[in-house]
Design a protein around this ligand. Sequence first.
Ligand code: ZN
Length: 149
Amino acid sequence: MIETPRDLYDGVILDHSKQPRNFGPLANPTHHADGRNPICGDEISIFLDLNEQTLAQITFSGQGCAISKASASLMTEYLSRLSLEEAKVRAKEILELLAKDFEGDPFERYGELGALTAVRRYPARLKCATLAWHTFLAALAGETTASTE
Ligand code: ZN
C-alpha cells in the first residue's frame, strides 16, 4: 500500500507523540530549560548532558499537544550525539525550515523529522512545533526558561 504524504506525516507525528523517545528528565543535566507555549498550553522541558562539547544525552519532559511532543521527541533523536556547534546550527536550520515553504522532499533531506513540515498546513500550530527547538537553544545559552511569546 502506498501512503499518501499526508498519511506519512500524520503517522510520524502520532507515533512520536504516543511513544516519545528520550522522554524523562536527566538526573544531573549540564543544561536545562523549561519552555512554554501559552497559546496552546504546551510545556516542554529540555535536559542536556554536554560532555566535552558533545551532546552525550538530550531528553525532554512535560506535557502538551501531539505536535509539541512529537517535535521534542524527533528533536532529541536528531540532535543526540552531535557536537555542540553542529547541534546549534541544525536547530536553527530546522527553525528556519518550519518558518517557510520547503522545496523538495523533506523526508529525503531530514528523514522522519521532515514530518514536522506538516505544520505548514496549520499556521496556528507553528509554535507547538518550534517550542522544543527554542527551548533547546535557550538551554544551550544558559537560560532556564523559554517562551514562544
Ligand atoms: Zn501545542
